[in-house]
Design a protein around this ligand. Sequence first.
Ligand SMILES: Cc1cc2nc3c(=O)[nH]c(=O)nc-3n(C[C@H](O)[C@H](O)[C@H](O)COP(=O)(O)O)c2cc1C
Length: 185
Amino acid sequence: MNFSELSENTRSYRRFIENKEIPMEMLKKMIASAGLAPNASNLQRLRFSLVTEEKEKNILFSGIGWAGYITEWEGPSPGERPAAYIVIQAPVEEKVFTGIDVGITAAYIVLEASSNGIASCMLLNYNKDSVTAVQGYLPKLVIALGYPGETVVLDKDSENLRYWRDENGVHHVPKLSLKTLVLKG
Ligand SMILES: Cc1cc2nc3c(=O)[nH]c(=O)nc-3n(C[C@H](O)[C@H](O)[C@H](O)COP(=O)(O)O)c2cc1C
């Protein structure tokens, strides 16, 4: 898979094969890739918590808001829930670039996951109190992970911004055209 194909395939998935465990070495590989991401002054301030225990997963899951545009859907049912999560954590002492570092790092994680056939969804709508506290750190982003349990397709060159689900349960992600993206040039 070249990079363009990987970018196309790396979509947000919200339904997974819950009982298909992601091997620990695969999860560690995602964190290793995260550790290679560019970051401000190479300070490498971010750290990562793996959530794989059943009880911890259930607590985290209970605070997540899924797919705000698909209002009639309450989120993944039992059996469709994430198999694991990676929580990106930053030191309590926030820097102006923290959010940028978090975003770039998250992209590395989901691209590494996707290149190994693992689906993901970045999540900002979660309950911070549902994340097991780590002294000196605050959770910044949760990434849900699992083998894909739904079909997600791109609707290219669309001016629509709202993702949607069709009558066959296929999740559609509209993306703007190149013409719209280029402001100048
Ligand atoms: C910073 C960030 C926060 C997000 N938070 C949520 C969230 O809380 N719940 C959710 O279902 N999806 C969330 N998403 C996924 C976006 O909805 C998704 O990226 C967008 O619909 C485009 O789909 P795509 O990732 O397949 O391109 C988030 C994505 C990003 C980058």
